[in-house]
Ligand binder design. Structure first.
Ligand code: ADP
Length: 218
C-alpha cells in the first residue's frame, strides 16, 4: 500500500492550472526529491501530498513559521506540543524542565545550534532560523517528513548535516530542493516538475547533475 497516491491530480489558482494530470505514488521508506524551476509547482505538489497524511507527517514549510520572540529551545520543543498536556507545556514555556532541555539540546547540537539554545529565534540569521525549523520538524518524531526547500538558506556543509539528520530521523522523506547535487546525494528518487507536469521520475543511483539539465532549460 503506497503512503501517498495521486491519480491524474490537478491544481489551480484562480482558474490558472498549476499542476496537470499528476500521477504519483510513494511508498514507505522512500526518500524523494522534487526538483524543477521556480514556479514549476513543487510547493503545490508537496501541500497536496501533505494533505493525504496530515495526521502523521511533519511539515517543514518554506516560510518556517517560527515564533520569533521565543527561544530556539521553545521552537524546537513545539514539535512535540501535542504529546503533552497543556499544563506540562505551560511549565516548559515558563521554566523548561531539564529533561526537556536535554532532549532539545541533542537535536540543536546536531544542527549546530547549541550556543543559540536560549536566544530568541527572531534574532538568529536566516540559516540558523531555517535549522531551528528543521529541529522543530525533526523533534515531532514522525515517520514522514515533508520539507519545502529545507536547506535553501544554509551553506553546503550545513546542508549536508541537515539532510543527514533528516534522513536519520525519518523513514520517508519528501523534499523540494534546488541543489541537484545534494538531491542526488541524499535521496533515492528524483521527480522533476516542469510547468506543473511530471517530466522525470527516476532513481538517483548512477545519476549525475547534468542528467537534469533539460528541466532547467528555458
Ligand atoms: P515552486 O514551488 O516550484 O516554485 P509553486 O507550487 O510555489 O512552485 O507555484 C506554482 C505556480 O502556482 C506558480 O506559477 C505560482 O505563481 C502559482 N501560485 C503558487 N501559490 C499561489 C497562490 N497562493 N496564489 C496564486 N498563485 C499561486
Amino acid at each position: 500500500m503506497p503512503l501517498f497516491d495521486l491519480r491524474n491530480a490537478n491544481a489551480r489558482y484562480n482558474g490558472a492550472a498549476v499542476l496537470n494530470n499528476i500521477t504519483l505514488s510513494i511508498t514507505e521508506g522512500e526518500r524523494v526529491a522534487l526538483v524543477g524551476q521556480s514556479g514549476a509547482g513543487k510547493s503545490t505538489l508537496l501541500r497536496m501530498l501533505y494533505e493525504q497524511r496530515a495526521e502523521e507527517a511533519a511539515l517543514l514549510p518554506q516560510e518556517l513559521g517560527l515564533v520569533r520572540v521565543l527561544s530556539v529551545f521553545h521552537n524546537i520543543y513545539m514539535g512535540r506540543l501535542n504529546r503533552h498536556s497543556a499544563w506540562y507545556n505551560f511549565i516548559n514555556l515558563v521554566r523548561p524542565m531539564s529533561r526537556e532541555v536535554e532532549n532539545v539540546r541533542e537535536v540543536a547540537t546536531r544542527l549546530g545550534l547549541e550556543e543559540k539554545l536560549f536566544e530568541p529565534a527572531g534574532e538568529l540569521s536566516g540559516g540558523q532560523q531555517q535549522r531551528t525549523a528543521v529541529g522543530r520538524a525533526i523533534n515531532q518524531g514522525s515517520d514522514i517528513l515533508i520539507g519545502d526547500e529545507p536547506v535553501s538558506a544554509v551553506d553546503e556543509h550545513q546542508s549536508r548535516v541537515v539532510l543527514e539528520s533528516i534522513n536519520e530521523r525519518h523513514k520517508t522523506v519528501l523534499i523540494a530542493m534546488h541543489d541537484i547535487s545534494l538531491a542526488i546525494a541524499y535521496t533515492d528518487r528524483i521527480i522533476g516538475l516542469r510547468n506543473g507536469a511530471i517530466v522525470l521520475d527516476q532513481p538517483t543511483a548512477g545519476m549525475v547533475p547534468s542528467d537534469l539539465d533539460d528541466l532547467y532549460r528555458h
